[in-house]
Design a binder for this molecule. Structure first.
Ligand SMILES: Cc1cc2nc3c(=O)[nH]c(=O)nc-3n(C[C@H](O)[C@H](O)[C@H](O)COP(=O)(O)OP(=O)(O)OC[C@H]3O[C@@H](n4cnc5c(N)ncnc54)[C@H](O)[C@@H]3O)c2cc1C
Ligand code: SF4
Ligand code: SF4
Ligand code: SF4
Length: 400
């Protein structure tokens, strides 16, 4: 870690320091748990630029937030966009509203079984950035690229966790009208090494090598929060629920130390111009949406810049306005911490001793998700029939 960081819980790995070091003496190195931290070499000239840009030192910068913010429940009208998105496709629709075919869009993409922030050009080329990857993403290569593009007067959209957005803001020396920042309501990010160990465990369970993995898989009209899709080397696929990695992620056992109770970014004062998230409490807030075939996104306008972008987006999507208090009630990570994971230290102690044994000890096998005939009929049934079924049975249609 760098000289001014007191503990691992302080450093989010955002890489702002890395991107501004004038002598390039900072390296982002993985620790034994699989998280990136900056380290400086003897070539350091003690200029303190890294300290000045670090969001730990200045967590909220000069916030432009308009308080109270405005909140919407949003669903894309395009089924293909919905399918490739984690929730209602807000990210893709915001990109279309702000950008064009020359806009630079930066978000998290798979790189094998690691996740890296990557820049693509053009709003029609964002597919690789779509869908949540609940693994820590490295952004070290993109901050200086984004700065160059902004200075060339190109429009840029950056989407990431709030701490990454804070890092990018820290690494830029001024405000740019041509930059749109999108942050997420964030549960935390997990270790890429633990993720790969879980992939090995799933391979062992199914006795076949895996070549691709997708969080938040969707099939037909059905979506379940923690349905994943694995693609095997032989070309076959399996949909699995509550897999080994998801179990560890949800219990917060494999999260970065700066997440969990240490996160400084779960705050109404947001880092992004726009905050996106799952829309939680859908049928409680909008009873008319009971039986809905698709899940929706939350979109929260935090700045005046975002106001015009979101207004433009709303012309092309299905949406409902809601109160910020609805978001706070049903999705409290918007503004408050999670609990501290009591098992994290014990988990990582086991992990460092023996990775394979540890995953076996701390998780149960993935459940294969098969869609029953009843479920298939429910999926294609009109919404009024789905509502009747829900009324009679409660929601018993989750896949198992
Ligand atoms: C690590 C993580 C934790 C989250 N926790 C919550 C939560 O607790 N509650 C909640 O309501 N929503 C959470 N979300 C947000 C949610 O999963 C969806 O991303 C959100 O609903 C937007 O979906 P969408 O359909 O609009 O767009 P999508 O197309 O699904 O949005 C994708 C965007 O997410 C970004 N992204 C994907 N993976 C990562 C990553 N590893 N690091 C940084 N950015 C990434 C991409 O850059 C892309 O721009 C989380 C997302 C991530 C990535
Ligand atoms: S700038 Fe980011 S990566 Fe560097 S020390 Fe600060 S939090 Fe860590
Ligand atoms: S003090 Fe200056 S030279 Fe040293 S690591 Fe930080 S930015 Fe680089
Ligand atoms: S929980 Fe906080 S520190 Fe962790 S990734 Fe999310 S915003 Fe960053």
């Amino acid at each position: 870690m760098l000289y001014f960081t007191k503990s691992k819980g302080d450093c989010t790995g955002c890489s702002a320091c890395y991107s501004v070091c004038p002598v390039r003496c900072i390296e982002m190195k993985k620790d034994e748990e699989g998280f990136l931290y900056p380290t400086s070499s003897d070539e350091c000239v003690h200029c303190e630029k890294c300290k000045k840009v670090c969001p730990i030192e200045n967590p909220f910068g000069d916030s432009n937030n308009i308080i109270p913010q405005k909140a919407y429940c949003v669903l894309t009208k395009n089924k293909k966009i919905w399918k490739r998105s984690a929730s209602g496709g807000a990210f893709s629709e915001i990109c279309k509203a702000f950008g064009d075919d020359k806009t630079v869009i930066c978000g998290a993409a798979w790189d094998g079984f690691e996740v890296k922030h990557t820049c693509v050009i053009g709003v029609n080329n964002i597919k690789s950035l779509c869908k949540s990857k609940y693994v820590a993403s490295s952004a070290e290569e993109v901050f200086s690229e984004i700065k160059d593009k902004l200075n060339e007067n190109k429009k840029v959209i950056f989407c990431g966790t709030p701490c990454q957005v804070a890092g990018l803001k820290g690494s830029l020396d001024k405000e740019y009208d041509n930059l749109l920042l999108i942050d997420l309501i964030c549960h935390g990010v997990g270790s890429a090494d633990v993720f790969k160990s879980c992939i090995t465990e799933i391979e062992e369970q199914f006795n076949k090598p895996i070549i691709a993995y997708e969080f938040r898989a969707k099939r037909s009209t059905h979506q379940a929060d923690y349905l994943s899709k694995v693609t095997f080397f032989d070309g076959s696929n399996k949909y699995i629920t509550n897999d080994q990695y998801i179990q560890l992620f949800l219990k917060q056992n494999c999260l970065r130390p700066s997440c969990g109770e240490n996160c400084r970014y779960r705050n109404e004062q947001r880092q992004g111009d726009i905050t996106i998230a799952d829309f939680k409490g859908l049928t409680e807030i909008f009873p008319n949406l009971k039986g809905s075939k698709r899940n929706y996104s939350s979109v929260i306008i935090n700045t005046t810049k975002a106001d015009s972008v979101v207004k433009k987006m709303l012309n092309h999507v299905k949406y409902f306005e809601c109160e910020i208090d609805d978001i706070k009630k049903y999705n409290p990570l918007f503004f408050r911490q999670t609990w501290a994971s009591k098992d994290r230290d014990a988990f990582f102690a086991d992990y460092l001793a023996d990775k394979d044994l540890c995953i076996k000890k701390w998780t149960t096998k993935s459940t294969v998700s098969n869609i029953s005939i009843k479920r298939r009929i429910y999926d294609i049934a009109p919404v009024f029939i789905r509502r009747l079924v829900l009324k009679e049975e409660g929601c018993k249609h989750c896949e198992k």
